[in-house]
Ligand binder design. Sequence first.
Ligand SMILES: O=C(O)CCC(=O)C(=O)O
Length: 279
Amino acid sequence: MKLNPNQLAAYDRDGFLVLENFVDACSCDRLRARAAELVHDFDPEGVISIFSTHEQTRTSDEYFLESGDKVRFFFEENAFQPDGTLRQSKERSINKIGHALHDLDPVFDKFSRTPEIAQLAAELGIADPLLLQSMYIFKQPRIGGEVTCHHDATFLYTEPLRLFGLWFALEDATIENGCLWAIPGGHKLGLKSRFVRAEGGGTRFEVIDETPWPEDGLKPLEVEKGTVIVLHGLLPHLSRENRSPKSRQAYTLHVIDAATHYPENNWLQRWAEMPLRGF
Ligand SMILES: O=C(O)CCC(=O)C(=O)O
């Protein structure tokens, strides 16, 4: 699928692009089934203890910071009862899986490395693409947590900045079940902050521009299953809580250019044994 000049102009102007029917329903269902299998095989006990020990901050920081080349499971904030046990089944408690599904799981690998996505990267000016990060986001019914306004370059910074995200709707995404919202043109406001590894351990935000996001410009991006939303690395976006009875599952993939510098203090890192790969 080739982007037409109007689509390229819209991406430059708005900082995002909505491509309907980019993925067929079968591929969406296959990915959902695989995610369900991964959750089924996941033993939550070890991870729950990470989030409930006295050393909670340190251990949960490690679990998160080491996830760049792993398949790890993160819970919804409202998943737990005060005694630390889950309020509902583990299947209904996971917020997301990250951050190297595309390299470690064959089904995710196949979904993420298609000629259509490779062509999209080329058309968006990424000459030597590397697949940096993947996340499977559940946005669970009733307890699906809010994702506050941010741009992805805060978390996945490169010099110069050459980054885009792909947000695949694996189910219809509506205002009711917590669709994405974005500020059209907001990618022109520049980088606000970087999320980096702190010198003494853990993470911190390095603030570059304290001006608040112009959130009154937010527009909902309600899309059907099979749609991909292409997000410029600097585009401000968010998603609200899901209080509805429906989930809103999505898969995200982030692509950078090998020709850029990827700083060593970016929070997301990999061991040398598992270098980033392209398509
Ligand atoms: O899917 C969502 O709810 C938000 C995802 C998002 O903002 C991101 O991946 O950067």
